[in-house]
Design a protein around this ligand. Structure first.
Ligand SMILES: N[C@@H](CCC(=O)N[C@@H](CS)C(=O)NCC(=O)O)C(=O)O
Length: 243
């Protein structure tokens, strides 16, 4: 199988959702970190008006939007394809990830200045940018990220991001119940979407709080092992490949 290319931001929950799907499907991929200020690495693509990540390039096709990418991947590899009510539940959970969970995470991880600075450091550390761009992303990134987080929160009617996240996670726990995965015994795209999204904040204190929920922590580990076992050998980043 040819190596896919994922254009991403390191701290974008939608990009992590795509990475989780690529891993459980065993599709080899390399990442290209997009500079959030210039987005010059991002290929031109019809219908991606605001030029957002993730964008996936695979077998000569460019696809934008995490949900569209997951649909596209289903045509390449049927792993995770469910039918009937299980499929409906999985799709409902994926939509919840897109509309609620992924929207809330920036407010949680960029909400305080300290977290915003930590986030900017993570992005700069994992980037393929040159020295100057790296410094700009580190310095300007935390200001922008903090502003973005406040905007998202205001759009959702305000409130305490940590408490809002707890309410969302209560929903996830009720969908999971006592099952191994959200749709029962089998891993679904719903699990993959949530797992990817949460992986995005692994380096932040909020992740520790989430993992205090025992059933969520056990589920997270179960999915992590499946991802690890199925993952195609690690591909070089574009940056290291070029150097
Ligand atoms: N619905 C899209 C959302 C993608 C999205 O909002 N990406 C953000 C990063 S997390 C982005 O690229 N923002 C840049 C911008 O809006 O200029 C998806 O599921 O992929």
């Amino acid at each position: 199988m040819k190596t896919a290319v994922l254009y991403q931001f390191e701290l974008c929950p939608f990009c992590h959702k795509v990475k989780a799907a690529l891993e459980v499907k065993g599709i080899p991929f390399r990442k290209i970190e997009v500079n959030p200020m210039t987005k010059k690495e991002l290929p031109e693509l019809e219908g991606n008006g605001r030029r957002k990540v993730p964008v996936l390039e695979m077998d000569g096709t460019l696809v934008a939007d995490s949900t569209e990418i997951l649909k596209f991947l289903e045509t390449k590899d049927a792993t995770l394809t469910l039918e009937g009510s299980a499929r409906e539940k999985s799709e409902m959970i994926e939509a919840w990830v897109d509309d609620d969970l992924a929207q809330l995470l920036p407010a949680v991880i960029y909400g305080t200045w300290r977290d915003a600075a930590r986030a900017a450091r993570v992005v700069a550390r994992t980037s393929n940018f040159g020295f100057l761009q790296n410094a700009i992303v580190r310095g300007g990134g935390s200001i922008i990220m903090n502003r973005v987080a406040k905007k998202i929160l205001a759009r959702r009617g305000g409130g305490n991001p940590t408490e809002l996240l707890a309410t969302e996670l209560d929903k996830f726990e009720s969908w999971l119940g006592e099952q191994d995965f959200v749709c029962g015994d089998t891993l679904s795209l719903g699990d993959v979407a949530v797992h990817g999204c949460l992986t995005c904040i692994q380096d932040f204190p909020a992740f520790k709080t989430i993992m205090e929920r025992e059933r969520v922590a056990a589920w997270f580990e179960r999915v992590r092992i499946l991802r690890e076992n199925a993952r195609a050998p690690v591909q070089e980043d574009a940056a290291s490949a070029a150097s």
